[in-house]
Every structure is written in structure tokens, then in C-alpha cells.
Design a protein around this ligand. Structure first.
Ligand code: SF4
Length: 374
């Protein structure tokens, strides 16, 4: 078996909806007695039959999270470098067909933005761009990393998928983690949602995380954009993908993110909205299946929901977020936002909230050898 796609195909044509219906409550009860879960057990915990066991799943998920991560939450913030994009993703405000203000940060703007974010004390940053290989080239991104590494110890990227060599170049320049969402694991739906641009290549994107692992990324995050397709399927393939990566690259910290669709520029409405309760089912099923996987809940979610879901398995949260290009330092940045954020708390407010819930906010859990940052 050479890549995840080959493994994915063995499940892709499986009658998933029918099998979800065939899971019984007694099957779920038996699975919850197990110490280690198989892929089929994970599948069963995403079924309608498991909905009656949510409290038990939440308790076990909480216990496993405390055992593996303590009461700590790693904080990071996104930094948008550019919203130029050549793709036509129907659900995204940066879609090339949308008439929005476009901006691309100059290197001096990158430095100003980094300085502004660094005042919050955060040490983990996630760099984002649209897919514009001329403006947001590997050389441009490398230079951005060299500028901001004075301020941050951990630099992640959430950009268009690269070849292994491209990822390796960025790792050599200081990038340590990769986030790459498949958006939807449904290959047929993927074609419809991506009517134009290089992102139409489903397989190239799907193999991006494994190329990132092969290139030496310290951490790799995968996930789907919940709301695009049946959430049970999407959650199942997210777990399958993360587990497959972790089994092949045990040295990489594989994590999952659970982003839900948010309002954005454009008319697209999700066909499969996922309720809070079902998001809890997804998160706890993932935790029981992969006890050591990082789980990220972003500011797409509201403050109250984030606080409530925190003890059930979350390990990483964004704070003080802006989805606008240069959103922390440019006066007119708001018109360049990718989507509306929901939890608008700044870093000190997030820190207070976490402490109030009995959790330790973590600014830094890693730094490159030789780095001199405090
Ligand atoms: S989701 Fe990404 S690739 Fe698609 S239009 Fe938005 S920024 Fe571009």
C-alpha cells in the first residue's frame, strides 16, 4: 500500500450510511468497555446508536485527555499573509470569483504584523495564504518565516499543498507544522465544490499531509470542513486519515481539527450543518480512537461552546484571531476577511477564561534546537 488514497478507496465504496444504521446500542456498550479501539469500533461510535452514550463517551474522553495532556491548552493565532487565490472553492470568501479587497503583505508588513501579534505573548503562529503560487511562492513564504522567527518559536503553515521538496524547503527555513484540510473526503462532492483552479486535484491534496510527514514536519493536522457533507462520514474519514498517518510516521505529532462552516463572502450555504451535540460526538469518538492525538477547536466556534467543549478532549485553541490579511496591524484589513470568527476574545481574555476553568494556558510547548527565544 503506497499512499492513503489506496487505503481510502477500500472504505470509499463501503455502504457507510447502511452500516451506521446497523450499529446497535449493545455493540456501542461493548466497545465502551474496551481499552483500545479498532477502526470499526471508531466507526460505531459515530453512529446514531452511540448518541445515547454521549455522557459516557464524554467522561472517558475527558479522562483520556487529562491522562495524556494534563489540564493544559496550547494557544496559537493565525496570521493571514495574502488573500489572492486562483481557486473557485464555492464555500470560501477568498474564491477568485468573489469581489473582495485583495491584499498581499509586503515583508515590512509581515514584520509589523508579527510584532503586533508577539505583544500578546503567543509563541505559536499559523501562517495562511490563498493559492497564488506567484505571490505566495515558496521563496516568499521562506522569507516570511525568516522574518517572524525572531518573535515565535513554532511556525505552522496552512497553505496550498506542496510537493515534498517544497515542504522540505519550508522545514529547512523554520516551519515545523502543517495543517491541510481535505475540506470533504467525498471525492465526487469535492469535484462539485471545487469547480476551478489547481485545488480540483483531489488526490494531490489528499496526499499533502503524507508529503509533509515525509519532509520532516514535526506536527501535521488534518480534517474536513464540517457542513459540506454528512458529518458522520467526514468524521470517520478524518479519523481514518489521522490514524493512517500516525501509524506510518510515529515520530510526527498527528492531530485533527474540527472546523465548522462559518458565514463568509458569497452565497454558499452548507447542506449538512452539524449540531453542537453531534460535534461533541465526533470529538469524543476521535479521542477514544486516538487518545494521544491533538484536537484543535478554533475561533469559528463561539466562546460559550468552546468553554463547554474544552474538557471533553480539546488540546489546542486559537486566540485573538483575525481572518483578515494583516488583521492585527493594518487599519483597513477587515474588508479582506476569509470568514467571520465567532469567539472574539483576545489573548488575555482567553487566558483568564482557561484559568477560570482550571486549565493552564500554554504559550510554548516546543522550540527549535539553538533558538534563543525565552
Ligand atoms: S478555501 Fe483556500 S484555496 Fe479555496 S478559495 Fe479559499 S483560500 Fe482559495
Amino acid at each position: 500500500m503506497t499512499d492513503f488514497y489506496e487505503y481510502y478507496k477500500t472504505w470509499r465504496d463501503f455502504p457507510i450510511a447502511e452500516h451506521f444504521r446497523s450499529v446497535t446500542e449493545s455493540m456501542v456498550a461493548a466497545i465502551l468497555q474496551k481499552q483500545r479501539l479498532s477502526v470499526k469500533d471508531f466507526f460505531a461510535l459515530l453512529s446514531p446508536a452511540a448518541e445515547g452514550f454521549l455522557e459516557e463517551m464524554a467522561q472517558r474522553s475527558h479522562d483520556l485527555t487529562i491522562r495524556n495532556f494534563g489540564r493544559s491548552v496550547l494557544l496559537f493565532t493565525p496570521m493571514y499573509l495574502s488573500n489572492y487565490c486562483s481557486n473557485r472553492c464555492v464555500y470560501c470568501g477568498f474564491n477568485v470569483d468573489n469581489t473582495i479587497t485583495r491584499h498581499h503583505l509586503s515583508f515590512s508588513e509581515v514584520e509589523t504584523e508579527a510584532q503586533e501579534i508577539a505583544k500578546s505573548g503567543l509563541k505559536h503562529i499559523l501562517l495562511l495564504t490563498g493559492e497564488d503560487k506567484r505571490r505566495a511562492s515558496i521563496e516568499y513564504l521562506s522569507q516570511c518565516v525568516r522574518i517572524i522567527e525572531k518573535y515565535f518559536t513554532a511556525v505552522g503553515i496552512e497553505i496550498y499543498p506542496l510537493e515534498t521538496e517544497g515542504y522540505r524547503t519550508l522545514v529547512e527555513n523554520g516551519v515545523d507544522s502543517l495543517t491541510l484540510f481535505q475540506e470533504t473526503y467525498n471525492e465526487t462532492l469535492y469535484e462539485k465544490l471545487h469547480p476551478g483552479g489547481p485545488k480540483r486535484n483531489y488526490r494531490f491534496r489528499l496526499a499533502g499531509p503524507e508529503r509533509g510527514c515525509a519532509a520532516g514536519m514535526r506536527a501535521v493536522n488534518v480534517g474536513g470542513l464540517l457542513g459540506l457533507d454528512d458529518w458522520r462520514r467526514e468524521a470517520f474519514f478524518t479519523g481514518l486519515h489521522a490514524d493512517w498517518l500516525q501509524s506510518r510516521w510515529p515520530e510526527v505529532a498527528v492531530g485533527v481539527s474540527l472546523p465548522r462552516m462559518r458565514p463568509h463572502a458569497g452565497k454558499f450555504q452548507p447542506d449538512f450543518p452539524i449540531s453542537d451535540r453531534h460535534l461533541v460526538q465526533v470529538m469524543t469518538a476521535l479521542r477514544l480512537f486516538m487518545p494521544r492525538a491533538g484536537v484543535t477547536i478554533s475561533t469559528r466556534e463561539g466562546a460559550q461552546f468552546r468553554d463547554n467543549i474544552l474538557p471533553l478532549g480539546v488540546t489546542t485553541m486559537s486566540a485573538g484571531a483575525s481572518t483578515a490579511v494583516g488583521g492585527h496591524s493594518r487599519q483597513d484589513a477587515d474588508s479582506t476577511s476569509q470568514f467571520d470568527i465567532s469567539d472574539e476574545r483576545n489573548v488575555p481574555e482567553m487566558v483568564e477564561a482557561l484559568k477560570g476553568l482550571g486549565y493552564q494556558p500554554v504559550y510554548k510547548d516546543w522550540q527549535p534546537i539553538g533558538a534563543s527565544l525565552p
